[in-house]
Design a protein around this ligand. Structure first.
Ligand code: XMP
Length: 495
């Protein structure tokens, strides 16, 4: 009788390539297993972590380097919330530098180079300068930067004639309370409170301006002890660079602007030109700044970038909410496995992993950290917040904001229009991202607080006191489609 030969018959070819295909998992395929826990309250877990080898942050949340997610406003909100923002790179070097500078100026114990005008400026000019810099007052200085007075928006409001010279309305030097370059923040606070004023210029003995302290910055700092700060007390910020064209000059300019980390950002980070670019940036910038590189989705990719000098590895090929790479190119690794594999590979080198894309709620953050990531990068969940760049438009009677993949057709068209011809990687023949709209949302800090709340809960179920413990102790089960259905609210309709 003729029939199929048994599979074990050695005279038939055994399938090799298909037998080698392993299963990879996404966040929805797994659940954290509850473990006996000694953690009494979620408040008892410590969420401090590393964005990169040299940059610690209080909460493991990073805003994505996308042009509809992170410019200076988002970066300021993220640093204040204890995370960090990565300013996107789809703008000119000067524009990106200006974004970094805005973050650096947003809040500081001492503003080292305060905005000023000359004594002959008219109120119209002063008003324009104040608006351009987003400040409520300007110092008035002479040619040698010696302090002559302060003009505030209140002084201007009381003088309707825009042609008036600033010296006629400012508070002159002799009526100002000033500090010295070495005045400490607590002395400054006392001086400001005693004099019941908002701004304290710091001056050298010869009258030259040394800086400015504002009550707003001092009290903001006291309200937010967990903010991410650089060594000088300014908010910390990262900035993305590419791997072609002006990327080395861009890196230099961003370091001059005091960016705290650079993120070498390319869709296929495990490519020879990405590795060569990373090595070139490292040669150029030395150890002046941490370098993050990505994106990869395999342990080999993560190791190659770590060995080429990366201080953190960004993991994620295709999990993002507006990504189409997996559909268009058929490429990607489900994110949970990608993060776990890369984190395992990077651990001996002590290089942190950033889980980039696909996070939909706090539970995904907990799973990503349980898989070994030290931070997660967020796009979608931060889209539509007041801090995300972009216009509010009305669609079907609802207010929404545009959110788009960086490899989407409209994003590529915008760059082409701006003549960023070096961005050929992002001029795909077929777009690998989509443009979408999202409803308006709460402030970014509230989104971060929700995500961190979920993470804290996941950590306490896992008996993990710290992010490092969560990386090591988390245990998972694989679930079935029935398990997934059971996991979501069911048998009820939303009110
Ligand atoms: P979420 O899910 O948080 O993901 O919105 C944000 C991440 O998505 C990636 N990204 C893209 N991936 N095509 C892609 O394949 C794109 O056009 C695209 N734009 C963004 C990126 O890693 C981001 O951080």
């Amino acid at each position: 009788m003729r029939g199929a030969a048994p599979r074990s018959d050695p005279s038939y070819p055994q399938p090799v390539r298909s037998a080698e295909i392993r299963v990879a998992l996404s966040y929805d395929d797994v659940m954290l297993i509850p473990q006996r826990s000694g953690i009494g309250s979620r408040a008892d877990v410590e969420t401090r972590t590393r964005f990169s080898r040299g940059l610690e942050i209080a909460v493991p949340i990073v805003s994505a380097n996308m042009d509809t997610i992170t410019d200076s406003n988002m970066a300021i909100a993220m640093a204040r919330a204890g995370g960090i923002g990565v300013i996107h790179r789809f703008l000119s070097v000067d524009e990106q530098v200006a974004q970094v500078q805005r973050v650096k100026r947003a809040e500081a114990l001492v503003i080292e180079d305060p905005h000023s005008v000359g004594p002959d400026a008219t109120l119209t000019k002063v008003q324009a300068e104040a608006e351009r810099h987003g400040v409520t007052g300007l110092l008035v200085v002479d040619d040698a930067n010696r302090l002559l007075g302060i003009v505030t928006s209140r002084d201007m409001a009381l003088q309707p004639d825009g042609g008036t010279r600033v010296t006629d309305v400012m508070t002159p030097r002799e009526r100002l309370v000033v500090g010295r370059p070495e005045t400490t923040s607590s002395e400054a606070l006392e001086l400001l409170r005693e004099a019941r004023v908002e701004k304290l210029p710091l001056v050298h003995d010869d009258g030259r301006v040394a800086g400015l302290v504002t009550i707003r910055d001092l009290t903001a700092r006291m309200d937010r002890p967990g903010a991410t700060l650089d060594a000088k007390g300014h908010l910390a910020v990262a900035a993305a660079i590419g791997v072609r064209g002006d990327f080395l000059a861009r890196a230099e300019a961003l370091i001059d602007a005091r960016a705290d980390a650079l993120v070498l950002d390319i869709a296929h980070g495990h490519s020879n030109h990405a590795i060569a670019a990373l090595e070139a940036v490292r040669r150029t910038v030395g150890d002046r700044v941490d370098l993050v590189a990505g994106n990869v989705a395999t342990p080999e990719g993560a190791l190659d970038l770590a060995r080429a000098g990366a201080d953190a590895i960004k993991v994620g090929v295709g999990p993002g909410s507006v990504c189409a790479t997996r559909v268009v190119a058929g490429v990607g690794v489900p994110q949970f496995s990608a993060v776990m594999d890369c984190a395992e590979a990077c651990r001996p080198l002590d290089v942190p992993v950033i889980a980039d894309g696909g996070v939909r709620a706090g539970g995904d953050v907990a799973k990503a950290v349980g898989a070994g990531a030290e931070t997660v990068m967020i796009g979608n969940l931060l889209a539509g917040t007041p801090e995300s760049p972009g216009e509010v438009v009305t669609r079907d009677g609802m207010q929404v904001k545009v959110f788009r993949g960086m490899a989407s057709g409209p994003a590529a068209a915008a760059r082409r229009a701006a003549e960023r011809e070096d961005e050929t990687e992002f001029f795909p023949v077929v777009p690998e991202g989509v443009e979408a709209v999202v409803p308006l949302k709460d402030a970014a800090r509230r989104i971060v607080a929700d995500l961190v709340g979920g993470l804290r809960s996941g950590m306490s179920y896992s008996n993990a006191h710290t992010i490092r413990e969560m990386n090591e102790k988390a245990r998972f089960v694989r679930i079935t489609p029935a398990g997934l259905r059971e996991s979501h609210p069911h048998g009820v309709s939303y009110r």
